[in-house]
Design a protein around this ligand. Structure first.
Ligand code: FEO
Length: 400
């Protein structure tokens, strides 16, 4: 393997690994792969920021060896204990016996659970910052961005933030910087990452963004994807929009269908919404996956959910999606439910319960039709779609 040196700043390097093949990250479909970013800060003393998934440890080690003998590394900073970043910690600490491992208190406990009680670890309560030489590292806890243990590491002399999961993207690339990749793909992957990993953590992220506004940043090095060096404020501003729940005048229709009855209602709703000039998108759940649907929902104002009744309850793909959405809790949206049934219903009620549990505003509908919807019933769905579109437009101008 040819190892190129990737420099972020003078004597600060990317030493992570690229995972071209990962397609599921705890249920999140990662069609563009990912990367596990570790960084090396070389000064009078040397610090490694995070490691990689255990499988990729040899790749990380090769990159480090190109720069320095790993046994000469003085500090291993664990910004986050999730195994995609901590997977190499035990192997590294076995190799670099004199290195000092630093994490939050909660991080220390989690690392010991994962890798053994004998793992020696200093907490940031004991060492809130360290001086390496001409540069220093400052540690800031950011609990729940993404786990209770999460923290970020800041190099004030370089205005460089190692942000761990925040501002990441699951994007494998031979390029390491934001200004080297396609901007539309980059922002789409940043959006997909936010929607599928941290959308429900908007409160702690909002708090972290406020704290971040106090420090000067000209580079953000996250733990997945490319480094933001071109205009780091672009992703910070975009996160600001996402945490505030600001949405576009857009409706997402999510459904599945057994004998195309629920699909007919979905199409009628689509026609009604589109006739009012409001953007609307259809996702059938045997074609679209949960990851792409929730990403579209992030900046939509309304979600319409359609399910046929199967065995007195929700169709399995719709049940899966609603469970996924309930965990990610999109904010400030309204939702409604439609569907079809044969003899006894059940799907609509179950979907409505899940919508309420998700925290979305439920708009009651009577769009649940027996076997195949009639022309009259489809017209009713078109009218309902128009009503939803008007509500979206009114919300946009602040009257609903
Ligand atoms: Fe990329 Fe929460 O780990």
């Amino acid at each position: 393997m040819v190892i190129d040196l990737i420099r972020l700043k003078d004597s600060i390097y990317w030493v992570g690994a690229i995972d071209w093949n990962i397609r599921s990250f705890h249920g999140y479909v990662t069609n563009r792969g990912s990367s596990y970013n570790a960084y090396l800060v070389v000064d009078d003393k040397v610090a490694l920021i995070d490691t990689v998934k255990d499988f990729f440890f040899p790749q990380m080690l090769k990159r480090i060896k190109k720069i320095i003998e790993p046994t000469k590394i003085n500090f291993l900073i664990s910004n986050h204990a999730e195994p995609d970043h901590s997977g190499g910690i035990r192997a590294f600490m076995t190799l670099a016996k004199n290195a000092e491992l630093i994490a939050t208190e909660s991080g220390m406990k989690e690392l010991k659970r994962y890798y053994g009680k004998d793992l020696q670890c200093t907490t940031i309560k004991e060492k809130p910052d360290i001086r390496l030489g001409s540069r220093s590292l400052q540690f800031f806890p950011v609990p729940m961005v993404h786990w209770p243990d999460s923290m970020v590491t800041y190099v004030p002399e370089e205005k460089l933030l190692f942000s761990n999961d925040a501002f990441g993207q699951h994007l494998a690339s031979s390029k390491r910087f934001d200004d080297e990749v396609d901007q539309a793909i980059l922002m789409q992957e940043a959006k997909t990452y936010y929607a599928n990993i941290v959308m429900h953590l908007w409160r702690p992220i909002k708090k972290a963004l406020v704290a971040l506004s106090e420090v000067k940043i000209d580079m953000i090095a996250p733990s997945h994807g490319v480094v933001w060096r071109g205009r780091p404020e672009k992703i910070v501003e975009t996160y600001g929009k996402w945490v505030s729940g600001v949405a576009e005048p857009k409706v997402i229709i999510v459904y599945d269908t057994m004998w195309r009855s629920t699909e007919r209602i979905a199409v009628a709703l689509f026609e009604g919404i589109a006739s009012e000039g409001v953007e609307v998108k259809l996702h059938r759940l045997n074609s679209s996956n949960n990851t792409e649907v929730i990403t579209d929902i992030l900046d939509a104002q309304a979600v319409l959910i359609g399910s046929p009744t199967l065995n007195n309850g929700l169709f399995p793909t719709v049940a899966s999606f609603l469970t996924y959405m309930k965990g990610l809790r999109p904010q400030k949206k309204f939702a409604s439910v439609f569907g079809s049934y044969g003899w006894g219903g059940g799907a609509k009620g179950e979907a409505e319960s899940l919508i309420k549990a998700t925290g979305l505003e439920l708009i009651e509908s009577d769009l649940e039709f027996k076997f195949r919807p009639s022309e009259n019933e489809l017209n009713k769905a078109i009218e309902f779609g128009r009503m939803i579109a008007k509500k979206v437009k009114a919300k946009q101008i602040g009257t609903a």
